[in-house]
Design a protein around this ligand. Structure first.
Ligand code: IVH
Length: 684
């Protein structure tokens, strides 16, 4: 490559990487995989090393000399006491060994002790505890200064607001990673799709998007979690090594990484990485690699080690510290395989959403055979230009959901044509519609046989009224034989109706009828969930059941009634009202009631707290935040993360801050711990 060619490639890569940084860090909507991103960045860094002149001449800032910036509008910016750096990545064992060789040379000993732990694929935050109390949570930002996301981070249930036990430093910055579990990711994405919005590609993006939401009550409705692994500023110092730090985090009651090795020498590091790779799929978070750190802080701080972005004597080489030389991330290559798209089919969902699916030539990938992968929606297909006949790479993103990550254009058949998204429902042939601003095309026909089938299936499913034996196949069979047409028809089935369906059917038929019978008195929330109201997942259905206690009361609820439920925003409230306003849906509810479905309302909560929303702030004298929350919830109340007009009580302890002020401004009643306990005892 000539210097001129290098210069133009460098300029091109800088622009490309900067664009992907923006998509990943600020918008949480990356268009390429981490693996492909890392490859682009590696190519850029390599060229900058080989052609320093060309790199200077290419002009502009280079993304290799800064950390991806996540700062967005709407947040207060806060400076970190100690810079939040990133880590150097490698996918290569030899490079990992070079990392060790450099440290051996600098420290003059082979006997280096390292820690090995999972690299969590989430969003980094820095938590500041002062005198043991959580006062602030800040995103990495540009490494020096990040966004204040304290209100949102306070909604995380497993994160203590006060450190337990001693020693408690005056000020400490603790670094961790915010993530969402796979099941929570699926739950939210389903709601997202039902609402006609683009689903998130993976739990990391969804966690990033959620952390940057501007309404803490909304964030509280999504179960973010956190795991802590790193130390920033600490005064006074309380530990002298990574191993001791992890023990201390645990003693303080903070969630720590699921697996951790402390080993001597690079061979042992390599063995630990192998072990991690074998167990990481069982972790609650996505683990995209291993982080290897020098254990002893004295060694980390040795003048010959320090940070990339600084010279050996500590002078800044780049604008800021970039990544520590005492740590290295070894990334696991993604589970990927090449296969071919046999066909693109359209799946019709319960709400009529038309989801394109790539039907693949079966390929073995990370332990399972993959035959299908979702293509999400028409825009996604167009963006990737996936065509029938294409050779594609499929990846198991987040280990579970197979996705088409790239089309191998060089292998594209000459006669291929761009995929034309159907304008009609493939099942009932009704013209598809697409709402204003929505990405999803839908079949609008309420009687579309596929929608009907899916609605019945959803009603009977485990998350719904849970009728054993009434799965996908059985629902299809009942429909085929004309035994049912709607959900209420289930309740008119008899053993005699079912007998002809199977050869030796007696026991089976009796069991299915018994299951259907039992579901007549299913918990109210299951029935509400089973109705398939857009935006209403299990958590919202439970809130609705607790608040309204009957289908009739729920059907009569107004937008204002619904907005009084903590965590219910305009969108959910509007979706519920709109659903019950549809004559078809009203008919469904009355038909269920006429068929003898009498759902069971939740056990009556202590009358004082039922449907009341609480906000906790500051430290209570005896109850921890978790204990107070549990007591309030057990009495039928709800705990929310932020104060609004809808808040019924603010429970304030010592060092309560802005929430207390806001409660005063809004005139929300304020309780102390004794007041809360009195209320709980029903004597208030
Ligand atoms: S230590 C000095 N440990 O990965 C750098 N980071 O790609 C301190 N990360 O910025 C980082 N899991 O957000 C560390 N076990 C772990 C981690 C971890 C995930 C993140 C962190 C970091 C990024 C680097």
């Amino acid at each position: 490559m000539s210097p001129a060619e290098a210069q133009s490639r460098i300029a091109e890569l800088r622009a490309t990487v900067a664009r992907h940084d923006e998509l990943y860090y600020r918008r949480a909507r990356p268009e390429i995989t981490d693996f492909d991103y890392d490859r682009l960045k590696e190519e850029l860094a390599g060229l900058e090393r080989l052609f320093p002149e060309a790199a200077r001449a290419a002009g502009g800032e280079t993304p290799t000399q800064r950390v991806g910036d996540d700062r967005t509008e709407g947040f207060v910016r806060v400076k970190h006491r100690q810079a939040m750096t990133t880590l150097d990545n490698t996918y290569d064992e030899a490079e990992l060994r070079e990392f060790h060789a450099r440290l051996v040379k600098a420290l003059g000993t082979e006997e280096l002790v390292y820690t090995v732990e999972p690299k969590i694929d989430g969003v980094a935050v820095s938590l500041t505890y002062e005198q043991g109390r959580l006062v602030r949570a800040v995103t990495r930002g540009d490494g020096e200064e990040g966004d204040d996301v304290t209100a949102n981070v306070r909604t995380i249930r497993g994160l203590p607001v006060a450190l337990k036990g001693a020693p408690v430093p005056a000020v400490i910055e603790i670094r961790g990673e915010i993530y969402l579990r796979e099941e929570e990711f699926r739950r939210i994405n389903q709601l997202q799709e039902e609402a006609g919005e683009a689903p998130y590609a993976n739990p990391r993006n969804l966690a990033a998007g959620t952390l940057k939401a501007l309404d803490a009550a909304f964030v509280a409705g999504r179960r973010l979690e956190i795991v802590c692994y790193g130390l920033g500023h600490c005064d006074p110092e309380v530990v002298d090594a990574q191993t001791a730090f992890r023990r201390q985090l645990e003693a303080w009651g903070l969630p720590v990484v699921a697996a951790f090795w402390s080993v001597r020498g690079i061979d042992a590091v390599w063995a630990a990485i192998g072990e991690l790779d074998r167990i990481r799929r069982d972790f609650p978070y996505g683990t995209d690699g291993a982080v290897v750190k020098l254990d002893a802080f004295a060694q980390q701080r040795h003048p010959k080690i320090g940070y990339r972005g600084m010279t050996a004597d500590g002078r800044a080489e780049a604008a800021r510290k970039l990544s520590p030389r005492w740590a290295c991330a070894f990334k696991f290559a993604p589970d990927r395989a090449e296969t071919r798209v046999r066909d693109i089919t359209i799946q019709v969902g319960r709400t009529g959403a038309l989801t394109p699916v790539a039907e693949l030539e079966p390929v073995f990938l990370a332990g399972t055979t993959v035959k299908r992968a979702t293509l999400h929606n028409a825009d996604e297909i167009a963006r990737k230009d996936v065509r029938v006949g294409d050779a594609v790479l499929v990846e198991k993103a987040g280990e579970i959901i197979p996705a088409v990550v790239a089309v191998l254009l060089e292998k594209r058949p000459a006669d291929s044509a761009p995929y034309a998204f159907p304008r009609r429902c493939p099942v009932c042939h009704t013209a598809a519609v697409r709402g204003e601003g929505e990405v999803v095309w839908r079949c609008p026909n309420p009687h579309c046989p596929e929608k009907v089938r899916r609605r019945i299936e959803h009603f009977a499913s485990k998350g719904g009224v849970d009728i054993e034996g009434l799965g996908e196949e059985m629902v299809a069979l009942l429909l085929q034989h004309g035994l049912i047409r709607t959900i209420p028809d289930l309740y008119r089935l008899t053993v005699a109706d079912l007998l002809p369906l199977k050869k030796s059917g007696e026991v089976w038929a009796a069991n299915l009828i018994a299951g259907i019978e039992a579901s007549r008195t299913a918990d109210l929330w299951r029935v509400v969930f089973g109705l398939g109201i857009p935006q209403v997942g299990a958590a919202a259905a439970k809130d609705l059941a607790r608040t309204f206690r009957s289908l009739d009361a729920l059907a009569a609820a107004t937008t204002a009634d619904l907005l009084r439920i903590g965590g219910f925003g305009e969108k959910t409230a509007a979706a519920v009202v709109a659903w019950f306003a549809e004559p078809e849906n009203r008919t469904l509810v009355s038909a269920l009631q006429a068929a003898g479905v009498t759902p069971t309302a939740p056990a009556a909560a202590s009358s004082a707290l039922a449907g009341k929303t609480f906000v906790l702030t500051g430290t209570l004298p005896t109850l921890s935040r978790e204990e107070a929350t549990a007591k309030i919830e057990a009495a039928g109340g709800k705990v929310s993360g932020s104060v609004s007009k809808k808040t019924h009580y603010v429970v304030a302890g010592e060092e309560a801050g802005s929430k207390l002020e806001k409660a005063r401004t809004l005139g929300v009643p304020i309780l102390d711990e004794a007041g809360l306990l009195a209320l709980l005892a029903g004597s208030s």
